[in-house]
Design a binder for this molecule. Structure first.
Ligand SMILES: [Zn+2]
Ligand SMILES: [Zn+2]
Length: 332
């Protein structure tokens, strides 16, 4: 390919790389808007239950107030170059080959590529012609009762200011709920797990929960009302406050884990047998010629363990199948 017509190498490179700053030198100018920025903000479940006002430290770029972002003393008439709108470059048509014209970027003649037209004596000393400054601009965040994980709190047009943009973008604070040691949230409801003993499950119980506003709840179950493992009970109105309707609450769901005694002595077993609704009899009828006595074993947790148990059973007795599903059989 032949490049004629005096195009220099820099211009050609610029052209091949896609022409740099887009949208320059055009007739009509759209309003340029800054980018929106998300800020993650960690909150506890207590914050979401009780509500909270927080201050987020933040640094913000603003147009220099001493020169209104012009870089020149007020009233001096100096400021960004009008020919290139402060860009320091403009687009020009160049012939790059026989009958081939390409638009490309060249340094602005009017400001020698600096983008600024300010007499030395008129330079803004406050920003040193940078046109912007960095200031502390903490965000005041109000966490309302009942707000949720990943809820977005927007601060409209609070993003960084810049001479390059007309409208700053938004800052969006995104709440990040931290894990709570007692409660998990399910919509407006709260969920928790409570361990109780077998005696409590059968004979009734009392326990207390400190709620997220500091109140103590007394949870009780009357003797004679049994709780089975995995039972769920609701405490109405002790869940999360509803967002925008903070006088209304979801429920607190308590799931019960029942801890069984690991061992019982013979005497206790005998006593329990007397008081609990027992099966009609402990012994069943079976044909001793046909039935294999099987004792129950802990279920194998994985295939490897299962295979080992099977292997052990086969080693013990080659004729017999190892018990699958946690039942070990032996020949009678
Ligand atoms: Zn210029
Ligand atoms: Zn300034």
């Amino acid at each position: 390919m032949h490049f004629g017509g005096g195009a220099d190498m820099d211009d050609i490179m610029q052209m091949m790389m896609g022409g740099g700053m887009g949208g320059m030198g055009g007739g009509q100018r759209r309003k340029r808007k800054g980018r929106d920025v998300g800020m993650a903000y960690p909150v506890t479940l207590e914050d979401l239950y009780n509500g909270k006002k927080a201050t987020l430290p933040r640094e913000k770029t603003i147009l220099c107030p001493d020169c209104d972002g012009t870089g020149a003393k007020k009233g001096s008439g100096g400021g960004p170059c009008r020919d290139c709108r402060g860009q320091g470059a403009r687009m020009a048509m160049k012939q790059v080959g026989p009958g081939m014209v390409q638009q490309m970027q060249v340094p602005c003649d009017a400001c020698s590529g600096s983008g600024m037209k300010v007499a030395d004596k008129d330079k803004c000393k406050s920003c040193n012609m940078r046109r912007t400054k960095t200031v502390d601009a903490p965000l005041k965040v109000t966490i309302e009762k009942g707000m949720e994980h990943e809820q977005q709190i927007p601060f409209m047009n609070e993003g960084d200011q810049s001479p390059e943009i007309d409208i700053p973008g938004h800052i969006v604070v995104v709440l990040q709920e931290e894990k709570h040691k007692v409660f998990t949230r399910q919509g407006d409801d709260l969920k928790m797990t409570q361990k109780i003993s077998l005696a409590e499950a059968l004979c009734g119980f009392q326990f207390t929960i400190t709620h997220m506003d500091g109140r103590q709840l007394l949870i009780e179950n009357q003797p004679g009302e049994q709780i089975k493992p995995g039972d769920k009970k609701a405490i109405i109105g002790e869940g999360m406050p509803k967002h925008k309707k903070p006088t209304q609450f979801g429920d607190l769901i308590i799931e019960f884990e029942v801890e069984f005694p690991s061992t019982l002595d013979e005497d206790s077993v005998e006593k329990l047998r007397k008081v609990l609704p027992a099966p009609p009899k402990m012994e069943v009828d079976y044909d001793p010629e046909e039935a294999y006595p099987c004792s129950v074993q802990p279920q194998a947790k994985d295939d490897v363990e299962k295979e080992m148990k099977k292997q052990a059973a086969e080693d013990d007795d080659d004729d017999e199948e190892g018990g699958a599903g946690g039942v070990q059989c032996a020949q009678s």
